[in-house]
Design a protein around this ligand. Structure first.
Ligand SMILES: *[C@@H]1O[C@H](CO)[C@@H](O)[C@H](O)[C@H]1NC(C)=O
Ligand SMILES: *[C@@H]1O[C@H](CO)[C@@H](O)[C@H](O)[C@H]1NC(C)=O
Ligand SMILES: *[C@@H]1O[C@H](CO)[C@@H](O)[C@H](O)[C@H]1NC(C)=O
Ligand SMILES: *[C@@H]1O[C@H](CO)[C@@H](O)[C@H](O)[C@H]1NC(C)=O
Ligand SMILES: *[C@@H]1O[C@H](CO)[C@@H](O)[C@H](O)[C@H]1NC(C)=O
Ligand SMILES: *[C@@H]1O[C@H](CO)[C@@H](O)[C@H](O)[C@H]1NC(C)=O
Ligand SMILES: *[C@@H]1O[C@H](CO)[C@@H](O)[C@H](O)[C@H]1NC(C)=O
Ligand SMILES: *[C@@H]1O[C@H](CO)[C@@H](O)[C@H](O)[C@H]1NC(C)=O
Ligand SMILES: *[C@@H]1O[C@H](CO)[C@@H](O)[C@H](O)[C@H]1NC(C)=O
Ligand SMILES: *[C@@H]1O[C@H](CO)[C@@H](O)[C@H](O)[C@H]1NC(C)=O
Ligand SMILES: *[C@@H]1O[C@H](CO)[C@@H](O)[C@H](O)[C@H]1NC(C)=O
Ligand SMILES: *[C@@H]1O[C@H](CO)[C@@H](O)[C@H](O)[C@H]1NC(C)=O
Length: 683
């Protein structure tokens, strides 16, 4: 490997990162200050060289970074969508409101095969952008729920160690079934990594028992309970068993009774394992399209009556569409043009049609005292739709869908993350061979998570109602959120796309049975169009475009204050808060308390002002002036234990500090030390 030269060139100002490789010279103009971090053992030598190659361009065949942009839909016009309407919301909780929700309602599902990219390399090398992304949510909600699993959990096997020391290995030669799922082996350190993450951000975890055959491999249950303890919420047993026969994992005759019997066999094995506590452990039936949940719940002698003592929760999985026609061209699925289905996602009808078939199941779960999980979901399975799943419209869709699930008593909703070759990820690390010059990409679903986090808040008493606003118009859904029995917030969504401004909503919000405050805080989720990719803003803050985020929001919070009162135009004789919602956009209106307080209702604002390292250097393209005003600048709370590097401006630690117990490597605490490096690999 050729030597690489790292030359510190100065403080502040604009920088250019030059990376020369065998393929030629690539110049990346950053226009911002770079902060460069080195991995342990990869710090520059005295002569300025390091031993690892710097790659050049990104692999644009990977769907997570596709550049497809759809054509913007035409504005709906005033007949289809009246823009001015009043919305009267009761101060007390109305009949039909949801159950009380935990702030951790909106969580994530991470495909098991990609955890070593998303969470970290091992228990001592954790991805700091991931920690920052979770910390943003934790400060709003107090806790985040994440499932590690998916199709790849089914053939996964726990081993003591792998030949090359990695925590996870894929056997790509033994790809199986129509989802091309490679079998996995993983070590207990994968679970230790999850446990270590929970020391820094309050993440609680779901795992899954491999269900590819009934020769039960219980290692993940034993290790999961031993290592994660109370941070393990439950274990899924069977991931989409209704698709097992389609995917070639069971005979064509496989039915609900077969699954019921296998579930019983698993419970017997768990009960017989002295290293397992099988009480209230399992999550089922996790069906998606082919079986209704009821058909499983009422199979055999009845799922709940028979297995209730071992059940943690009732779960389903659902994607409203699939893109399998593109991902697996040999399959029978037709190829869907994302442009043709865009309008379906930009409508409240999408959320309503997804939850509709589950209302009965939701009642069954509640009646029997079980939580009800949407265990895996997103815009479209088989990778999502380029230009749709990764554009602003998906943020509004995820927001409406998330709130709708909460309104109809799902207790947790987990949005799936599938790695480099899917378009719907809430966040995506750079390809590992590019982590030296690229940051993470934060997708639309992460913004949905952030807004739902603030809408529901951290009180664990939030009750949600779909307000059927604007005469139930499908383009303008709205939700009321009651906390401790009193109206706290209203969320307004505008699905229309109209650059002329003619479709901007003007909502006269008022309260029945209570007194409107004289002024309310309003936070906006915005982008220029529903097809825009990257650079969405939530109250003015953004995570940038592809490869631009270290997990911290950038920019100044621009929460607005709107004065409420009797309108001077005579349109109402009672006080209203007149809220405008651009097309497209969403507005969260704080009718009690302030946005600033809600922002940290789950805990103090905390950030990692560093970057985890899987490679030589990481370039954070974040201007220092911006960071100083960003949320949680400087770090606080638990993260102070990490012995972050100096936070004083201009300081530079060339060797960095090993985190207390994490091997997270912190070269430039506060990320404001303005050191610009020219990385030149001499031919
Ligand atoms: C820098 O030093 C290392 C180790 O001392 C050596 O292997 C390497 O060749 C040197 N690089 C240059 C460019 O002199
Ligand atoms: C990263 O790896 C992928 C897949 O092997 C390759 O296509 C891409 O060119 C690599 N990127 C760089 C910068 O080497
Ligand atoms: C994690 O990986 C790093 C780099 O490969 C290695 O130095 C470290 O020992 C590993 N930690 C564990 C706990 O395996
Ligand atoms: C289930 O997966 C394990 C691990 O990959 C494998 O050894 C076993 O043969 C699989 N069972 C079936 C029936 O394919
Ligand atoms: C087993 O798990 C249940 C449910 O989480 C818990 O209530 C119980 O205390 C556990 N039992 C033991 C022996 O740890
Ligand atoms: C990514 O997905 C596309 C389309 O589904 C496929 O053509 C391509 O081969 C995949 N690339 C990788 C590296 O898996
Ligand atoms: C709804 O649930 C009830 C039990 O609560 C069940 O009897 C009924 O068959 C279910 N309806 C449907 C359509 O599945
Ligand atoms: C949600 O649960 C609450 C409390 O039991 C109930 O009043 C409401 O009708 C339920 N909503 C739906 C859609 O089932
Ligand atoms: C709103 O529309 C949905 C779907 O058409 C319907 O189920 C619901 O009853 C309507 N609500 C009101 C208040 O009209
Ligand atoms: C995001 O905004 C920055 C700064 O305005 C701009 O350079 C970049 O091209 C934008 N990215 C996208 C994906 O729009
Ligand atoms: C850190 O958080 C504590 C509350 O946990 C707060 O009292 C303190 O002011 C915070 N410090 C900074 C620098 O934000
Ligand atoms: C992380 O995991 C290692 C085991 O690999 C453990 O020794 C260490 O204490 C853990 N770190 C933290 C911060 O819990």
């Amino acid at each position: 490997m050729l030597p690489q030269k790292i030359i510190p060139v100065g403080l502040c100002g604009h920088a250019t990162l030059l990376a020369v490789s065998l393929l030629g010279l690539v110049e990346q103009t950053v226009g911002q200050t770079l902060t460069i971090y080195y991995a342990p053992g990869q710090t520059p030598l005295a002569n300025g060289s390091i031993s690892t190659a710097t790659p050049t361009a990104y692999d644009d065949s990977l769907q997570a970074y596709n550049t497809a942009t759809l054509v913007e839909p035409t504005p709906p016009g005033p007949t289809a969508m009246p823009t001015a309407f009043s919305l009267v919301v009761p101060s007390a909780v109305p009949v039909g409101a949801s159950i009380q929700h935990s702030g951790s309602f909106f969580g994530f599902s991470i495909e098991m095969s990609v955890v070593n990219q998303v969470l970290g390399k091992n228990s001592s090398l954790i991805q700091v952008p991931f920690l920052n992304l979770m910390a943003n949510l934790q400060q709003r909600t107090g806790r985040i729920n994440i499932r590690v699993g998916g199709n790849t959990q089914e053939t996964a096997t726990l081993v003591d160690s792998t030949p090359d020391g990695k925590i996870l290995e894929k056997d790509l030669q033994a790809v199986f079934g129509t989802t091309n799922t490679p079998p996995l082996i993983f070590t207990p350190d994968l679970i230790q990594m999850m446990r270590n993450i929970s020391d820094f951000v309050n993440v609680h975890w779901f795992l899954g028992v491999p269900f590819n055959d009934t020769n039960w491999r219980l290692g993940i249950v034993e290790a999961g309970q031993a290592i994660l303890g109370d941070f393990l919420i439950g274990m899924q047993a069977g991931n989409e068993p209704d698709l097992y026969s389609t995917h070639g994992r069971r005979p064509a005759t496989y039915n609900q009774d077969d699954y019921f019997n296998e579930f019983g066999s698993l419970i017997q094995a768990l009960e017989a394992d002295s290293n397992v506590n099988a009480s209230k452990l399992l999550i089922a039936p996790s069906v998606s399209t082919d079986w209704t949940p009821e058909s499983v719940l009422f199979a055999g002698t009845g799922f709940i009556p028979t297995y209730g003592a071992n059940l943690d929760a009732i779960a389903v999985e659902h994607y409203p569409f699939d893109n399998c026609g593109v991902a697996f061209p040999s399959s029978l699925d037709p190829v869907i043009n994302p442009q043709d289905v865009l309008g379906i996602y930009l409508s409240h009808g999408s959320a309503l049609s997804i939850v509709g078939p589950y209302l009965n199941t939701s009642n069954i779960a509640q009646t029997n005292g079980f939580p009800f999980y949407m265990f895996e979901t997103n815009t479209a399975s088989c990778g999502g739709f380029p230009g749709l799943s990764d554009a602003f419209g998906a943020a509004l869709w995820g927001l409406d869908y998330g709130m709708q699930m909460a309104a109809v008593n799902f207790t947790t909703a987990l949005f799936h993350i599938g790695g480099q070759n899917v378009t719907y990820n809430a966040f995506t690390p750079p390809p590992t061979n590019e982590s030296t010059f690229h940051q993470w990409s934060v997708g639309p679903i992460y913004y949905s998570a952030l807004v739902v986090a603030e809408a529901i808040g951290a009180s664990n008493t939030s009750q949600i109602v779909d307000l059927a606003a604007n005469n139930n118009n499908t383009l303008t859904p709205a939700y009321g959120i009651w906390e401790n029995g009193a109206l706290a917030r209203v969320l307004l969504i505008n699905f229309a796309n109209d650059p002329t401004g003619a479709s901007t909503l003007q909502v006269d919000l008022s309260m029945s049975g209570g007194t409107l405050p004289s002024q309310v805080d309003v936070k906006m989720l915005l982008a220029n169009s529903v097809t825009q990719k990257g650079n969405f803003t939530w109250a003015g803050q953004t995570f940038g475009g592809n490869f631009e985020s270290d997990g911290r929001p950038i920019g100044t919070d621009n929460t607005a204050q709107t004065t409420c009162g009797v309108p001077t135009d005579g349109s109402s004789t009672t006080p209203v808060c007149r809220i405008t919602v651009p097309a497209p956009g969403a507005a969260l209106v704080f009718l009690a308390g302030t946005a600033a307080a809600d922002d940290v209702a789950g805990g103090p604002s905390t950030t990692f002002s560093t970057s985890s390292v899987t490679k030589v250097v990481n370039a954070a393209t974040v201007p220092p002036a911006v960071l100083e005003t960003s949320n949680g600048h400087g770090g606080n709370g638990t993260f102070q234990m990490l012995q972050l590097g100096s936070t004083s401006q201009g300081s530079f630690k060339s060797t960095g500090i090993q985190g207390r117990t994490l091997g997270v490597w912190t070269a430039l605490g506060g990320a404001i030390a303005a050191v610009i490096l020219l990385a030149v690999r001499a031919p």
